[in-house]
Design a protein around this ligand. Structure first.
Ligand code: NDP
Length: 317
């Protein structure tokens, strides 16, 4: 039978390109889990995805109620779940004041990490009961959260500190910080990088807790710098104008949306990429390899603490 994959944030960029790549194989039905139903439908059509090869379903990761509703709605369709891709993200690189989810949590970590954490935890039961030969949970990471790389050393660097802000609920109120490390001032660029570290830690903690028992493959990846996606929409205009050329000619890290989509599709479907607990990257010849994570992004103690604090914040503990 066809595999069924749920991809969050499939209305643009990497998520859309991966949705297209997987649906074109004819082996996958893609559930596009998106906050803007109309935008996602239009995006699928203009990308040329064949009618019947995908289903658009509403999911707003900035609301834990919406995450729970999505899971119920998905189950009611009767479709099995063979792969889940946590891809959606927001990036507010120039923001010096926080915005908040429906649950009152700082938006970058709320959407990129906590919404996905709840979604993946709830959908574990569905992945477990699938009879598909290779079931996978993929959480999109990033180089920017890895301070063992050049890009990860551009300040402000990711640093979760002792997690006191996360423990306080990222409420940004007079008594609580909106930053994971508890710092008093808000930095949107750092909040994004911190959220990506949480994504990579979460993937590894899933692997430790569930891989042996379930056989599910847990993986993360850095798809390359896709300098043309909507992720940079909130950046200053000069940055947006120059960044693609900078990546293409100076760092040579530039990757097209189509190529990045193929990479993510490989992590979902390639028979050779079944190893669990891996953070995949691609070399200049577009060959995949197991990459090293930074010290913080591979710290098992931190991963356990992030998991436990996140459980409390999403109402699982
Ligand atoms: P885009 O901005 O193009 O795509 C992000 C997607 O997330 C959009 O579909 C967006 O929906 C969706 N989204 C945002 N907020 C929510 C929400 N509250 N609920 C549901 N969906 C939401 O960016 P990219 O394609 O570049 O980013 C995709 C992933 O790739 C992210 O995880 C990012 O961290 C990662 N990444 C990107 C890199 C790059 O260079 N671009 C490099 C490394 C990693 P909408 O269309 O409605 O806005």
């Amino acid at each position: 039978r066809q595999g069924v994959v749920v991809i969050t944030g499939a209305s643009s960029g990497l998520g859309l390109a991966a949705a297209k790549a997987l649906s074109e194989t004819g082996k996958w039905h893609v559930v596009m889990a998106c906050r803007d139903f109309l935008k996602a439908s239009k995006a699928a059509k203009s990308a040329g995805m064949a009618t019947g090869s995908y289903t658009v379903m509403h999911l707003d990761l900035a609301s834990l109620d919406s995450v729970r509703q999505f899971v119920e709605h998905f189950r009611r369709t009767g479709m099995p779940l063979d792969a889940l891709v946590c891809n959606a993200a927001i990036y507010r690189p120039t923001a010096s004041t926080p915005t908040f989810t429906a649950d009152g949590v700082e938006m970058s970590v709320g959407v990129n990490h906590l919404g996905h954490f709840l979604l993946a935890r709830l959908l574990m039961d569905d992945l477990k009961s699938s009879d598909y030969p290779s079931r996978r949970l993929v959480i999109v990471g990033s180089i920017t959260g890895n301070d063992n790389t050049l890009a990860g050393n551009v300040p402000p660097k990711a640093d979760l500190g002792d997690l006191r802000g996360l423990a306080g609920g990222l409420s940004g109120s007079s008594s609580g910080s909106a930053m994971i490390d508890g710092s008093a001032s808000f930095d949107g660029a750092k909040a994004y990088k911190d959220s990506k570290v949480c994504n990579m830690l979460t993937m590894q903690e899933f692997h430790r807790r569930y891989h042996e028992e379930t056989g599910i493959t847990f993986a993360s990846l850095y798809p390359g710098c896709i300098a043309t996606t909507g992720l940079f929409r909130e950046h200053v205009p000069l940055f947006r104008a120059l960044f693609p050329a900078f990546q293409r000619f100076i760092t040579k890290g530039f990757v097209s949306e189509a190529e990045s989509g193929k990479r993510l599709a490989q992590v979902v479907a390639e028979p050779s990429l079944t190893k669990s607990g891996v953070y995949w990257s691609w070399n200049k010849d577009s060959a995949s390899f197991e990459n090293q994570l930074s010290k913080e992004a591979s710290d098992p103690e931190k991963a356990r603490k992030v998991w436990e604090l996140s459980e409390k914040l999403v109402g699982l503990a």
